[in-house]
Design a protein around this ligand. Sequence first.
Ligand code: AMP
Length: 359
Amino acid sequence: MTHHHSNSLPPGSVIGILGGGQLGRMLALAAARLGFVTHIYTPEAGSPAAQVAAKTVIGNYDDVEALKTFARQVDVITYEFENVPTQTAKTVAIFAPIHPPIKALETAQDRLTEKDFISRQAEVPVAPYKEVNNGYDAKRALKSLNEKVVIKTRRMGYDGKGQRIVETDAEAIAAYSELGDVACVAEKFIPFTREVSIIAARNTQGEIVTYPLIENEHRNHILHRSVCPAPNDDGQAQKHATKILEALDYVGVLAVEFFQLSNGDLLVNEIAPRVHNSGHWTQDAGCTDQFEMHIRAITGWPLGNSMPIHKTEMTNLLGEDLLEWAELAADPNVKIHLYGKTEVRAGRKMGHVNRILKD
Ligand code: AMP
């Protein structure tokens, strides 16, 4: 050992995770491999993460007493979804450090704050956008952004929920009220050539690593497939992600989703202050996977290797795709990851498979 990591948490330390979904489950599994103990905080009984963690505290995100009980028993806190209320994060942060920073949570929760921060503070390009607070704003945004815009609610939108593509004044006004008369942004419709993303990490010592570029295919606004390394990786995405990590003084894994234009330029669509569905390929590609990377980052460990040995394709198993498990299990080139969800619903993320591709 040449380095002594005095700020690192040793094996046996307790990691608290806000959220009980599949990302929490895979974080807990990765933490266990490094000898850490995981506690989950979630409103839901029998959650995917609770099934594999040492302990779970069940409570709503505004239950201050339950949050304190949870936070007193852990050495570091992280979260597995970006809609954890910032007040919840502030309540637990009194008892143990929370990573990624609450600032990242606030930024990612509001599409306007996010676009302002990325374009002005981090100085990374985003699609042209306007704030929209009424039908008249929506109409004006359509005019100033030219021909076709996507109106999105500022908060609580995901997987294409809370957004409408509009091309006429009447559509703009109708879309604003259909979205619930709430604060929105209008974004220029981008005729992208492809959608790509990047997974990057920064640890408590400020060390940064980035993975290669990922190419993503969405179906019905939900991620269907990711391939990494993507062709034509010019390093642009890694540079953008590094600027965002530094601007946020970030600790943990960050995902950045981009639209790529025909001239090759990348525009940020959104950031996720957490491990991300488009990074699941890392589990079977021969490098440190994103879940272990996140655990290493928040516990102050050295970050490990982000270079895959194999080109890998990840495909999501949604709803009844789960029924194909036996067939998939029979394919020796496929690695199956299932989330332990008992209720099968159309479009629900039930698992994913990673396939090693021949180069
Ligand atoms: P989002 O929820 O913002 O990630 O959007 C979901 C999906 O809608 C994206 O992955 C794109 O396929 C599409 N989309 C969103 N915004 C735009 C845009 N400004 N131009 C073109 N397509 C978009």
